[in-house]
Write a protein that binds this ligand. Structure first.
Ligand code: ADP
Length: 357
């Protein structure tokens, strides 16, 4: 602000208060004069009219001066402790409105620090941080979806172009058509998983709990993979306790077993072994899905429940990194626990604990 501007605003501000100062000074002078004249009468002191008028003038201007000084001090205090932090908060909020989530407000200096503003600033910075991470998740999610869509689309395009070649043999035509259907199935699977995850995350579907035999459900899910283990020559071992009743959403829970089994078969080479055990403690049912597959490193193990994370890229065509994110979400909704123990080259064991009915 220019010097003349500051002087102008000071005068404008004084002008606003001027009448108020005069009124205060007048009231206080009247009170003092009343006090002096009562004192004079009761103590029998002789005071001339000049004496009283001089005292009145002195009191009046004294009060005007003191009020002015205190008002200026208060204005400076307000500027430092209220207006300045409010201005900083408003500026930061405006940046957030424009989509800049990197903005943070510096904590107030010790001088003039007000506890409530300190708290507001802390909460504001926390909110900006949270909004920033949500935004990163959102952009990462969009980038991941777009990336995952590009590969099957490119494959489908190539096979589509090949299908247009004249005079194809029946075998070639079938191969190219299969390429197109595989690509579209992959896209459809990904969309189904994204929708499921989205519905689970937004809590639009609430678990329809019912009591059922967990052992029976595990066997039913496992049997759906019979073709897979027979064609890949994988040995199956089961040790499933009887009468383990759980109260859960059966459909949601079956997604968990299907994902764990499909991963176990996917990451286990021919001749390997997949075992499924169900045991029960007083309050929990414990399911272990163990394989003798490729296993995973500690770093991979820590990230497998993230959306779109694929540790083992050699099998990436058969998945989209959403399976275990879904599994984790379902287990969280059921207030259960899931963990993995794995050794590279030796295999992995996924352990799920859910409450018994
Ligand atoms: P995808 O469907 O792509 O396999 P998942 O979310 O099911 O995605 O798995 C994420 C990653 O976890 C996989 O890319 C793989 O690296 C690792 N993983 C999951 N299950 C196993 C397993 N049984 N053995 C080894 N690695 C596994």
């Amino acid at each position: 602000m220019k010097k003349s501007g500051i002087v102008k605003s000071v005068f404008k501000w004084l002008n606003n208060y001027f009448l108020f100062f005069l009124l205060v000074a007048f009231v206080i002078t009247c009170c003092t004069m009343l006090f002096v004249s009562t004192l004079r009468d009761s103590l029998n002191i002789t005071l001339t009219d000049e004496n009283i008028s001089a005292a009145a003038k002195l009191t009046f201007w004294n009060v005007v001066l003191l009020t002015l000084i205190f008002t200026v001090i208060d204005a400076v205090r307000r500027k430092l402790t209220v207006e300045r932090p409010v201005k900083r908060i408003v500026e930061a909020a405006e940046k957030i409105v424009k989509g800049d989530f990197s903005v943070r407000i510096k904590p107030q200096s010790k001088f003039g620090a007000d506890d409530s503003f300190k708290r507001v600033i802390e909460c504001f910075n926390k909110m900006a941080e949270e909004l920033g991470s949500v935004e990163t998740l959102r952009t990462d999610f969009i980038a991941n979806v777009s990336h995952e869509m590009k590969t099957p689309l490119a494959v489908m395009q190539n096979y589509g172009t090949l299908l247009q070649t004249p005079h194809l043999s029946e075998e070639q035509r079938m191969e190219y058509a299969k390429g197109v259907t595989d690509g579209s199935r992959r896209l459809a699977d990904m969309m189904t998983n994204i929708l499921k995850l989205n519905r689970l995350e937004n809590q639009k579907i609430y678990p329809k709990t019912e009591e059922f035999d967990l052992g029976e459900q595990l066997c039913e899910c496992l049997l759906q993979f019979e073709n897979v283990w027979e064609t890949s020559n994988i040995e199956i071992e089961t040790d499933i306790a009887e009468n383990v009743i759980v109260r859960a959403d059966a459909e949601l829970l079956s997604h968990v077993w299907n994902n764990l089994f499909s991963n176990a078969f996917k990451f286990t080479e021919a001749g390997g072994c997949v075992s499924v055990t169900l045991t029960a403690t007083d309050h929990h049912a414990v399911v272990k899905v163990k394989d003798t597959g490729c296993g995973m490193s500690k770093e991979v193990g820590e990230r497998i429940f993230e959306k779109f994370y694929q540790g083992d890229t050699s099998h990436s065509v058969q998945g989209n990194g959403l399976g275990l994110a879904l599994v984790k979400r379902v287990i969280d909704i059921m207030q259960g626990e899931i963990g993995v123990e794995s050794v590279v080259g030796e295999g992995s064991t996924f352990t799920v604990r859910i409450r018994r009915a």
